[in-house]
Design a protein around this ligand. Structure first.
Ligand code: FAD
Length: 550
């Protein structure tokens, strides 16, 4: 028996440490998710979602996520002979996660087969993967969303679509023609402005005699943020005589050369560390004009509208994971002779987190459903930025609260809560930060059909709760004067989000959840989480939210 052994020399017995939440099925263990998927016509995808839920809830994937996050990607600018290669070296865990994510159809499910509920089914996959590892979700999201912009050019779409939608994963740095599957990125943000893309400095000149949509150009300039610079294809913006235009560029040219893109360095980020985000320079980058010349911002917004939806789904997934972890912790740890979950204040905090998580799930899935339904174009236009703003805004608050439920262990990097905490603000920044998204909502509300669509959706639960009726009245008045909305935009968007969630919960969730939500989110509730009114059915709410076995 050596001196270092615990046997005989143990100073203490390890007990009352919470159980690990791992090797569960994140889909079958989530009642509300299953209900939302079925209600919004995604039921046909159930078998795939069950498989995805088993994968994303597995201890194996949790381990990969930790490894990918701790072993950050590195820039390999030159090979050993001094030739410029501009490649990214990832830990093997990244590649295994990427293969799993693409295998689940994260990027493709919405576009294959065009079944009703396809966006909802894909949103379900995204919701699950965003509970596992968020770095890989970035390339998955951009590849999914690229189809929105590529649809503008039938030739380019026909050329690349099949490989973009392949569920395989091929990270080799070779031309698209040699690959079975392709990943797509987007590089818009420059140093002088990411929100105001009209400030784009990168310039484009025709590479040959032709110009305009579909013609070849050479781009010179820089991009200050470019995630996944190892993408096979990427959309970017550059200025021509007619203004800012959109371009599609390849990572590797047909002759096998790296396109003329120099990765200057990788960003040292607060979160999303498994994923490489870079600063790049374009030196006569080969690219093809996508969409109308001078209309590059509306063209790329076709992609950004989808990545904004993705931010909403992703943040809802992050909040769900944080809530699941907090409930698990509080159920399996005791203090002052009682399980934490049985301490009244903690029970209120957990129930409030569960209400928060379920509200965001329904809002995000409703936004995905609106995208599925061609008749809901007006609702789709507005519900996506509303969901993006509010769910992303709430994620840091909810994750911090869930972290606190874990005590000190939640702050330690061995626990996934610490990673979630670093990740939580990001969806609120990229794809349009909060104010910019609110401005987008206000812009959409200038059209009476958008305001009408969102009010109609809220009104589907009219009469179900007095607080919702009151909120609907306030919003109807305010939206009737669209010219006065900007200064008060955040309040309006927040109220729209909460009224939409209340309407959804009143129609589709148990009374305990909807009542707690309406009582605290529609009126003048307290500011912190854990402030559900006395008499709320906290135990029932927690029971519904706890990850079920199976
Ligand atoms: C990890 C990470 C990865 C990224 N990856 C990519 C990528 O792959 N491709 C890419 O193109 N970009 C990427 N970005 C950049 C991101 O999209 C931008 O940071 C974002 O759009 C904001 O732009 P900005 O940083 O220039 O901030 P700014 O545009 O300067 O905005 C700063 C603040 O001002 C506010 N603001 C702006 N305009 C107004 C207004 N009119 N009224 C009120 N407030 C306003 C904004 O809401 C924001 O809070 C990434 C960013 C991060 C953090």
């Amino acid at each position: 028996m050596g001196f270092g052994s615990d046997d005989g020399y143990a100073t203490h017995e390890v007990h009352n440490q919470a159980a690990v939440l791992a090797d569960y099925n994140a889909f079958t263990g989530d009642l509300a998710l299953q209900q939302a998927i079925a209600l919004f016509d995604g039921g046909w995808a159930e078998a795939g979602l069950i498989k995805c839920g088993a994968l994303t809830g597995s201890a194996h994937v949790q381990g990969l996520a930790r490894m990918a996050d701790r072993n950050r990607p590195e820039l390999r600018s030159h090979d050993r002979f001094g030739n410029r290669v501009d490649e990214i070296e990832y830990h093997p865990a990244w590649h295994e996660l990427m293969a799993g994510l693409r295998g689940s159809g994260y990027h493709s499910l919405a576009w294959k087969g065009q079944q009703p509920g396809a966006q909802v089914a894909r949103a379900g996959v995204s919701y699950l993967w965003n509970q596992a590892e968020n770095g890989v979700c970035c390339p998955g999201a951009m590849t999914f969303a690229s189809i929105g912009a590529l649809k503008i050019d039938a030739d380019l779409l026909a050329r690349y679509q099949e490989k973009i939608l392949s569920n395989g994963y091929d990270p080799r740095p070779v031309p698209a023609e040699e690959k079975e599957s392709l990943g797509v990125g987007m590089a818009m943000t420059e140093k002088q402005g990411g929100s105001d893309l009209r400030q784009t400095q990168t310039s484009a000149r025709p590479a040959g005699p032709n110009s305009g949509p579909g013609a070849a150009y050479l781009l010179t300039g820089h991009k200050w943020f470019f995630s996944v610079p190892a993408s096979d294809l990427f959309l970017t913006l550059a200025r021509t005589d007619k203004g800012v235009s959109c371009f599609l560029a390849r990572g590797w040219l047909e002759n096998g050369e790296r396109n003329h893109l120099l990765i200057q360095r990788l960003k040292d980020k607060c979160g999303n560390r498994a994923n490489a985000s870079s600063e790049v320079e374009f030196r006569d980058l080969h690219a093809v004009m996508l969409g109308e010349e001078g209309r590059g911002i509306p063209t790329i917004l076709e992609m950004a509208h989808l990545t904004r939806l993705e931010c909403a789904i992703a943040s809802a997934g992050i909040i769900r994971q944080a809530t699941s972890q907090a409930i698990n912790h509080a159920r399996t740890r005791s203090a002052f002779q009682r399980r934490l979950v049985d301490q009244p204040i903690m029970e209120n905090v957990l129930a409030d987190l569960a209400v928060e998580a379920e509200a965001h799930l329904w809002l995000a899935m409703r936004a995905a459903a609106a995208l599925d339904n061609a008749e809901e174009k007006a609702l789709n236009r507005i519900i996506t930025p509303v969901a993006k703003y509010w769910i992303c805004k709430r994620a840091p608050l909810a994750v911090a609260e869930a972290l606190e439920c874990h005590g000190g262990n939640g702050f330690i990097e061995e626990h996934l809560m610490a990673r979630l905490y670093r990740e939580a603000p990001l969806n609120g920044v990229w794809e349009g930060a909060g104010n910019v998204i609110c401005l987008d909502v206000i812009r959409a509300l200038q059209k009476p059909e958008a305001a009408g669509a969102v009010l109609d959706e809220i009104a589907l639960a009219r009469g179900a709760h007095p607080a919702l009726d009151a909120s609907l009245g306030v919003l109807s008045d305010r939206l009737a004067r669209p010219g006065e909305l900007e200064a008060d935009a955040r309040r309006t968007v927040e109220q729209l989000a909460n009224a939409l969630s209340a309407s959804l919960l009143l129609r589709h969730a148990p009374n305990a959840v909807s009542e707690a939500f309406c009582a605290t989110r529609l009126g003048n509730g307290a500011m912190a989480l854990g402030t559900l009114p006395k008499g709320s059915a906290c135990a029932a709410i927690i029971e519904r939210a706890a990850v079920a076995a199976g």
